[in-house]
Ligand binder design. Structure first.
Ligand code: DC
Length: 217
């Protein structure tokens, strides 16, 4: 057995904390692939809604999960996703997906399937992966972990500035209180509050933390 040549930087945090932007910029600066794990939970939610499946009907969601094909890849810079060969694109961020994604992502069988796809990225490339349980569950052994936070009013403003209707506080409560893989500050993660940071100063702060965590940059 040879040692895994690839590594993961885990970025977790609540909705609209700035973690996606930070992950994307970090990946670009470090020459890594940025993987958006939330898009995977959104894709399953989108498909369930397309098929008029009640997101709270666990057996129906599991049956859907067993008959769909999820292709998770990358374009050299960011992750890509296709569900039964189709990329839903912006539809993944629609209001009905925002409203139902927490219910779908609380189902353990959904998490089991998506976590395996997330771990599989490391067989191909080094990544910056953002989500809710990346440092705690998906890659608990990586030394490179950040927990990104921002004040609630800052997060709500960021989402509405982006033109999205999203009950951030409600989604965070659901994501933090679920039984399986709730949003937590993972063991070994450093908390970075982006409320008073610009995008670039946030990236600089993250790079400094990663350096302290031993990333040779
Ligand atoms: O990062 P995002 O806001 O696009 O994520 C959408 C939802 O997906 C989030 O509310 C909870 C779920 N999610 C999760 O449970 N675990 C992850 N690693 C990423 C997202």
């Amino acid at each position: 057995m040879t040692a895994q040549p690839h590594f993961a930087i885990a970025i977790d945090g609540p909705a609209a904390s700035g973690k996606s932007t930070l992950a994307r910029k970090l990946a670009k600066r470090l020459g890594l692939v940025m993987v958006n794990s939330g898009a995977m939970y959104r894709a399953v939610t989108w498909k369930a809604l397309q098929e008029n499946i009640d997101p709270h009907d666990t057996p129906a969601v599991i049956s859907l999960l067993n008959r769909i094909t999820l292709n998770c890849g990358d374009n050299g810079h960011t992750s890509t996703i296709a569900i039964d060969g189709f990329d839903p694109g912006d539809a993944l961020r629609a209001q009905d997906v925002n409203a139902n994604v927490s219910a779908i992502s609380a189902i353990p069988a959904v998490r089991e399937k998506l976590v395996a796809l997330q771990r599989d990225y490391l067989n191909r490339t080094s990544i910056v992966m953002e989500g809710r349980d990346i440092g705690s569950v998906v890659f608990p052994d990586t030394p490179f972990k950040l927990y990104i936070d921002a004040a609630e009013h800052v997060r709500a403003a960021r989402r509405s500035d982006a033109g999205e209707v999203d009950s951030v506080a409600k989604r965070d409560a659901a994501d933090s209180n679920r039984t399986t893989a709730p949003l937590v500050v993972a063991d070994g993660a450093t908390v970075l509050d982006t409320s008073d940071h610009t995008i670039e100063s946030g990236v600089d702060a993250a790079i400094e933390i990663l350096r302290q965590q031993g990333l040779p940059i």
